[in-house]
Write a protein that binds this ligand. Structure first.
Ligand SMILES: [Zn+2]
Length: 170
């Protein structure tokens, strides 16, 4: 199979790239969380973040398995505001430098709502606006609710009580 790809398409072919993305997406069997090692306050939280991602996927009936990148470098991930969602790659990038864990989780949940909107075909039905509009209002409302609901589970209450780790030691 891979031999055919190599022979027929040049590496720069966009069609080849599309195949690669579809292939990558269909092969992924679980959610992945990557935390930028520069974010010292969050590197120890990757398990909590992964648990939250799984929680959201279940609550939002998301079928795909997202990759969630938590980064301290906006430019590297092409983030304009605080987060973005790459639809074909099912990849969510969140800028997290100096942010509290619940804020970061809210951004993740917001983008996961966009992923569920995409899976339900809603992204195509509504105009995408950066501020306001159905898609944004829906994402903001549900993201807030998801963080609250997750934090109400006893074992998860620590997400609100822990101090901003990056500053606690200095
Ligand atoms: Zn949004």
């Amino acid at each position: 199979m891979s031999k055919i790809f190599n022979n027929v398409m040049s590496p720069k072919s966009s069609l080849h790239h599309l195949f690669e993305l579809i292939f990558e997406h269909s092969l992924r069997e679980q959610e992945i969380v990557e935390v930028d090692p520069d974010l010292e306050n969050l590197t120890s939280k990757s398990d909590v973040i992964l648990d939250f991602v799984k929680y959201c996927c279940k609550k939002l009936d998301i079928v795909g398995k997202p990759v969630v990148k938590i980064t301290g470098d906006r430019e590297k991930e092409g983030i304009i505001t605080t987060a973005h969602y790459n639809i074909p790659k099912s990849e969510i990038a969140v800028y997290a430098k100096g942010r509290y864990l619940p804020d970061v989780l809210r951004s993740i949940a917001h983008e996961l709502v966009h992923m569920s909107q995409h899976e339900k075909g809603e992204l195509e039905k509504h105009p995408m606006q950066h501020i306001g509009g159905y898609l944004e209002d829906d994402a903001n409302a549900r993201a807030g609710a998801l963080v609250k609901a997750y934090g109400l589970v006893d074992s998860n209450k620590k997400i609100f009580t822990e101090a901003r780790g990056g500053r606690s030691g200095s």
